[in-house]
Design a binder for this molecule. Structure first.
Ligand code: TRP
Ligand code: SF4
Length: 332
């Protein structure tokens, strides 16, 4: 009666925002009911881009874990852990690197895209090229059956499936092929209308108190056609409406759409209701968060205990991997 296993992870790049809620955490939380879940904070993956300035990683590991707990992930039912506390991931990554053609990594779309997008750092490193293969190791070492991810990560799971097939072909069937559980991600815009992201400075964070949420939403970009209160607008092109879509009731969505098209409401009314729904959505998170934020030692304990459990599973897999690859010796 074992439940199928999933694994997913996040890089510790900072506190989490509304985009993480709709893009991952709401889904992860539901999956806890039907899967055995492993959730990993991938600090080594953070180093692939932050290697020259790693001093924020430690605090960000804590922030991410606190925000997972605040979002309702349950460490009693799921295993939360820290990648670098399970060094077997590095061993599997190394062994997988022996069988993975460089061309498979070079053609992963995020490789060239990120290199072009991120100009202030040199990403022409060995580690950055190997980023998706380290991710494959994260997934494979737990023999995960499925990986819940957004569309941007789907090519990484696809690569993992290819690596699994190649490994199993060479050495016998050790790993299952993980399925991609695609998270339907409504693209969450930030306050400036671009994708919500820490790097754009347009995000609403779990840790933002209600006043800050209000202050961020009030000046938010709207349909520019609504210059005056009497000008009608097009909700479909308005980022405020996109947030209504993700966080408001269907009644409020209908009210906003109708009021916008007919100029029956003003943008401030529209934002006011959005703020109400957002704060309602954040209520639970705001309620849970201080418990953990005020006790970082408890949070580290959760990661320590989860990493211990994860490590047991990872060690068992590595025994099999070494045997399959003929590098198990009678000396241990
Ligand atoms: N690359 C993922 C991201 O940036 C994080 C990640 C690392 C991950 N290892 C993983 C996600 C394994 C799913 C499974 O979001
Ligand atoms: Fe956007 Fe609402 Fe203003 Fe319409 S009324 S432009 S949906 S903020």
């Amino acid at each position: 009666m074992t439940r199928p296993r999933i694994l997913s992870g996040m890089r510790p790049t900072g506190p989490l925002h509304l985009g993480h809620l709709t893009g991952a955490l709401d889904n992860w939380r539901r999956l806890q009911d039907s899967y055995e879940c492993f959730f990993v904070v991938v600090d080594w993956h953070a180093l692939t881009s932050e290697y020259a300035n790693p001093s924020d990683i430690r605090q960000n590991v804590l922030e991410v874990t606190i925000d997972w707990l605040a979002a309702g992930l349950d460490p009693a039912r799921s295993t939360f852990f820290l990648q670098s506390l399970v060094p077997e991931h590095a061993e599997l990554h190394l062994l997988l690197s022996m069988i993975t053609p460089v061309s498979w990594l070079e053609r992963v779309p995020s490789y060239k895209e990120q290199q072009q997008e991120i100009q202030d750092r040199d990403l022409a490193t060995y580690g950055f090229l190997g980023y998706p293969l380290l991710q494959s190791a994260d997934i494979m070492i737990y023999k995960a059956n499925a990986v819940p991810v957004g569309e941007d990560q789907a090519p990484h799971v696809e690569l993992t499936r290819e690596v699994v097939r190649r490994f199993n072909n060479f050495y016998g069937r050790v790993f299952p092929e993980p399925q991609t559980l695609l998270t339907e991600t409504p693209r969450i815009p930030g306050t400036d209308g671009r994708k919500m992201s820490k790097s754009y400075g347009n995000a609403v964070y779990f840790k933002d108190p209600p006043e800050v949420v209000r202050e961020k939403i009030k000046p938010m970009v709207t349909d520019p056609a609504r210059k005056r209160r009497i000008d009608p607008g097009t909700p479909e092109i308005c980022p405020v409406f996109a947030l209504h879509r993700a966080f408001s009731s269907v009644e409020t969505q209908a009210w906003a759409a109708e009021g916008c098209r007919t100029a029956g409401i003003g943008c401030l009314d529209c934002k006011g209701r959005l703020i109400d729904h957002l704060l309602h959505r954040l209520e639970e998170i705001h309620e849970r968060r201080p418990r953990y934020a005020s006790r970082p030692d408890d949070v580290w304990d959760i990661l320590r205990e989860g990493s211990r459990r994860a490590r047991e599973a990872a060690r068992a897999t590595m025994e099999e991997v070494r045997a399959a690859m003929k590098i198990r010796y009678p000396v241990a």
